[in-house]
Design a protein around this ligand. Structure first.
Ligand code: BG6
Length: 299
């Protein structure tokens, strides 16, 4: 069944591509454009990547770099990249791609539904193949459901199809807009242990809110279910099944070295990524399915 036939009964969803929609300098990656009574959003099939989202009449909940490049096989700088089946560096082999590989692969649209309350649910899938088995020696199948109403609901489910215990670490690496980075705060992590990726994953305990006075790259473990980004439009992230929260902003020097970010853009966003990494990682028995859910909402 084609993508067009799966969305044909939903007027609020249409199929485009990143070249037609975002401009000629980009590759033409298939893109779903959602414009419903409740929200506006875009989702790229590469990475099952939710790029933009605003509830109708409200500010965006997600940030996209003005220097983003939509290219075949290249991660998108903004929105919600899915880091999977490992978060960050592959701890066993540092030559492997950072943040796993599913963000760079084309996903399959399984189904599209519209609920009676107007929310739209789009379900994407990806699974292991000869290419992934060379990078990650486990057979798996993963589904990612994006439900868009006046807030964002995300559900990630994965099944181990191999005959060994499968280790998974992941993050829904969401980028969020802030009006002034120096005044932005992340609440909900007080007294939580974190690993500081700016100094060899040294463990510390957070005191009070997270503030941004320089590069911040921290993996908070076993976190409370809710974090709030305090800025002009405050944003709440809620999950009981994502036990980690990664807080990231590269500051000026690193941002300048990233071609799709740029020094001028680092003060406009923070990443507060929910997932399960390091000591919160998943270990799936053969055949086991695990699921995680995340809600991103106006606070
Ligand atoms: O440039 P990437 O691969 O998208 O990663 C961006 C950042 O993602 C964060 O999650 C990591 O903690 C950072 O260390 C990393 O720099």
């Amino acid at each position: 069944m084609t993508i067009e036939s799966k969305i044909q009964n939903i007027n609020a969803v249409h199929l485009s591509d990143t070249k037609s929609y975002y401009g000629d300098k980009h590759d033409a990656l298939p893109l779903l454009v959602i414009d419903s009574a409740l929200c506006k959003a875009t989702i790229c099939l590469q990475g099952a990547h939710l790029i933009e989202f605003s509830a109708k009449g409200r500010a965006p909940l997600l940030w996209v770099s003005p220097k983003v490049a939509y290219k075949q096989g290249k991660a998108i700088r903004g929105g919600v990249p899915i880091c999977f089946p490992w978060f960050g560096e592959n701890q066993l082999d540092k030559s492997q791609p950072s943040h796993g590989f599913v963000r760079n692969r084309s996903w399959h649209l399984e189904r599209a539904q519209q609920f009676t309350d107007g929310r739209i649910a789009l379900t994407f899938s990806t699974q292991s193949d000869a290419d992934t088995l060379g990078l990650f020696p486990f057979a798996f199948a993963t589904e990612f459901q994006v439900i868009l109403g006046q807030k964002i609901e995300l559900k990630l489910a994965t099944q181990n199809h191999s005959d060994q215990v499968m280790p998974i670490s992941f993050a829904l690496h969401s980028y969020h807009p802030v009006s002034a980075l120096a005044e932005a705060k992340v609440q909900g992590l007080d007294l939580t242990t974190y690993l500081d990726n700016t100094c060899q994953y040294q463990a510390h305990i957070q005191q009070g809110d997270v503030v941004f006075n320089g590069e911040v790259d921290r993996i908070y473990l076993n976190v409370a279910s809710e974090q709030i980004i305090q800025t002009q439009t405050p944003i709440a992230l809620k999950s009981d099944s994502c036990r980690s929260a990664i807080v990231w902003n590269p500051a000026a020097e690193k941002a300048a070295s990233m071609g799709d970010l740029g020094e001028e853009n680092y003060p406009s966003f923070v990443c507060v990524e929910r997932g399960n990494a390091f000591s919160d990682s998943w270990y799936l028995a053969p055949g086991e399915i695990k699921q995680a859910e995340l809600v991103i909402d106006y606070a």
